[in-house]
Write a protein that binds this ligand. Structure first.
Ligand code: GUN
Length: 284
């Protein structure tokens, strides 16, 4: 039976430290950090994510500014709203919840966010700093940063290991693969066009999966003693499940993240971390 990598517990620890840091700022007579959360339309899943982000801000003393916009907003108007938030001295972080309605370009709006306020770490400037390993000079994407924190917390060494990233999205797969390269792992990136996925996953000492395909990874695709990081979240028959067949894989792995309670809570903790970091970078 594998070690359960408890992202919920680690996220609580990070949030407690951030809460103390924000309280200290206020004691010094400084204002609290502030995060603007932009939601376009009323996609029910996005509404839940946004509500969770706002609730988590409140829990650590970050001020949140809820910007709700109509489904039919134009690209130009959305860009203008982001520009106003960039210029607002009282705002430290800006996120535009994805996905956007089809007529809008997320690439375009992300490029409008000032890199200094891009707490999702999606702006090309931050992506470049991530590529180069200049983590302290920018804002890193929350989910990959959260996974790296899990490795650190549990003493999971990457150097010289075979790491396999399944999924090559801009927000998880590419940056996480890149962070593992920076940590001197030998990294393979697989995705929907990969031939014979199992031939890669079976060789993985570290297996990270972010595809959104429920239970894609079965026990016979996992190496004995592997570390398995499940970054998927789907709802199947009303139950939240990951991309990994947890019940069977946990008997074979050395360590595994559960869904829920693994990577998910870490993503939010890192968003709050980035918001406080953005505040400090702007104040200095
Ligand atoms: N939609 C799904 N994940 C994310 C995320 O990390 N940030 C934003 N802005 N939207 C998302």
């Amino acid at each position: 039976m594998a070690v359960i990598l408890d992202g919920k517990k680690l996220s609580e620890k990070i949030k407690k430290e951030l809460k103390e840091e924000v309280e200290n700022l206020k004691k010094q007579g400084l204002r609290e950090p502030a995060l603007a959360v932009v939601l376009v339309g009323n996609d029910p899943a996005s509404e839940i994510y946004v509500r969770n982000k706002i609730k988590s801000c409140q829990a650590v003393g970050i001020r949140s500014v809820d910007v709700k916009l109509p489904e039919d907003i134009t690209q130009e108007k959305l860009n203008d709203i982001v520009k106003e938030l960039n210029e607002d001295e009282g705002i430290d972080g800006i996120i535009v919840q994805l996905p956007l309605p089809e007529h809008l370009s997320c690439r375009e709006v992300i490029e409008y966010i000032s890199p200094e306020k891009d707490v999702d770490g999606f702006h090309p400037e931050n992506a470049g700093k991530c590529l180069l390993g200049l983590y302290e000079k920018g804002l890193m994407p929350c989910t990959p940063a959260g996974v790296m924190k899990i490795f650190e917390e549990y003493g999971i060494e990457l150097q010289g290991k075979n790491a396999v990233m399944v999924g090559h999205s801009n927000i998880v797969g590419k940056p996480l693969a890149n962070m593992m390269i920076n940590a001197n792992a030998t990294v393979s990136v697989c995705h929907v066009y990969t031939k014979d996925l199992a031939s890669f996953t079976k060789e993985a000492d570290i297996l990270c999966v972010a595809t959104g395909v429920p239970h894609l990874i079965k026990a016979d695709m996992v190496k004995e003693g592997a570390v398995v990081i499940d970054i998927g979240i789907s709802r199947v028959n009303g139950k939240i499940v990951g991309d990994v067949d947890f019940e069977n894989v946990k008997e074979k792995a050395y360590a595994i993240t559960p869904v829920p309670g693994g990577v998910g809570p870490m993503t939010i903790a890192m968003l709050l971390y980035n918001t406080v970091k953005a505040y400090k970078m702007r104040m200095n």
